[in-house]
Design a protein around this ligand. Structure first.
Ligand code: CU
Length: 123
């Protein structure tokens, strides 16, 4: 119960304090909508320091071979890197050719929660 309640409370906090600085996605690798050779990891850099405990991302495969399919979760580990602002998603095995989406959620050290997603393709 508590695990569910806390992120929800943080989300409400985020909405209530929309005028304050929220973590923004500054850059991502692969870049949104880019087509790249097999990336070893996905990196998302934010404008604020993140709370690792409440920050993460799901990597999903959404299609391959020219066809879309229901999102399939890719086994991956997500963590915040040494600079405190970069969320790194490392797939357990190399990504095959196809289309992917990254659904991320982060909580900055001032407790603002932001979520978003973007897509990229692997050739
Ligand atoms: Cu697929």
């Amino acid at each position: 119960m508590r695990r569910v309640a806390l992120p929800a409370a943080l989300a409400l906090l985020g909405i209530a304090s929309a005028a304050y600085a929220h973590p923004k996605l500054v850059s991502a690798s692969p870049m949104p909508n880019a087509t790249v050779a097999k990336p070893a990891r996905v990196e998302l850099r934010f404008s604020e320091k993140l709370m690792p405990k409440f920050s993460g991302a799901d990597l999903m495969m959404t299609g391959h071979g020219g066809a879309s399919h229901a999102p399939m979760k890719v086994a991956a580990a997500a963590g915040v890197s040494g600079d405190g602002r970069t969320l790194v998603v490392t797939p357990r095995s190399p990504l095959g050719a196809g289309r992917y989406s990254v659904a991320w959620h982060v909580v900055s050290t001032d407790t603002h929660r932001v979520a978003g997603n973007f897509a990229f393709a692997v050739k």
